[in-house]
Write a protein that binds this ligand. Structure first.
Ligand code: PLP
Length: 226
């Protein structure tokens, strides 16, 4: 798969940001309250640099090792860069995740909460945390079950305090994502959590209509993944 040029990435970002702003306005929301996380997984550092040059600061990666290979080297020249880890985490990668991430969006089970708490204590560094909810209750998907969400969020709030900032979901591939998005935004509001991370290339406008504060978009910026 050939990588897009810097100019193509910049044009995609401009078009996407315009569509995000329009979707926010259609929903009666302020465009500045919807943030774009550019998902750069599988794309080289050059693609990230092209997006940075176009003004994009928040990036999403789903593998800790790939993120560790790509991002720390970019930070000195780009101190405002924000790295979101959005993929399932093994407990044995918690420490590296805490070391490199600004936001971890995939806190999805008690054992990972234990590992992250220990890593935060050891590293003396505390990324923002989002609880990932398996909104469709799908067997193959990670995320806390909807029925267990309230109890898990309450426990994570007690444990992580203000570092727990929000909820994240990936709705089922089939069917209308809107009810899942509405459910997640409502849960976040009930728990007083500000961040609602939902919506990808195919459904970010729907997510914004239902309260997404962060959309995670890869393909529409960087092109298809090989
Ligand atoms: C890859 C990925 C995205 C981006 O998906 P696109 O369809 O390429 O926009 C968003 N969220 C998560 C958790 C991902 O793994």
């Amino acid at each position: 798969m050939t990588e897009l040029s810097a100019a193509e990435i910049a044009a995609n970002l401009a078009r996407l940001n315009a569509r995000i702003a329009a979707a926010a306005l259609r929903a009666g929301r302020r465009p500045e309250n919807v943030h774009l996380v550019a998902v750069s997984k599988t794309h080289p550092a050059a693609a990230v640099l092209a997006a940075l040059a176009a003004g994009q600061l928040a990036f999403g990666e789903n593998r800790v090792q790939e993120a560790a290979d790509k991002f720390p080297a970019l930070r000195p020249a780009h101190p405002a860069l924000r790295l979101h880890l959005i993929g399932g985490l093994q407990t044995n990668t918690a420490r590296e995740a805490v070391r490199i991430a600004d936001v971890i969006e995939s806190l999805d089970r008690p054992r990972l909460a234990d590992a992250l708490a220990e890593a935060i204590a050891r590293e003396g560094r505390s990324p923002d945390l989002l609880v990932q909810v398996n909104v469709g209750d799908e067997a193959q998907k990670s995320g806390i079950a909807p029925a267990e969400t309230d109890a898990f969020v309450t426990a994570c709030k007690a444990r992580f305090g203000a570092a727990l900032v929000g909820l994240m979901c990936i709705p089922p591939l089939q069917g209308d994502p809107a009810p899942h998005f509405a459910w997640l935004a409502d849960r976040a509001a009930r728990h007083g959590l500000k961040v609602v991370s939902m919506g990808m290339s195919a459904d970010y406008e729907t997510a914004i209509a239902h309260g997404a504060t962060h959309v995670r978009v890869g393909t529409a910026i960087f092109g298809s993944r090989g």
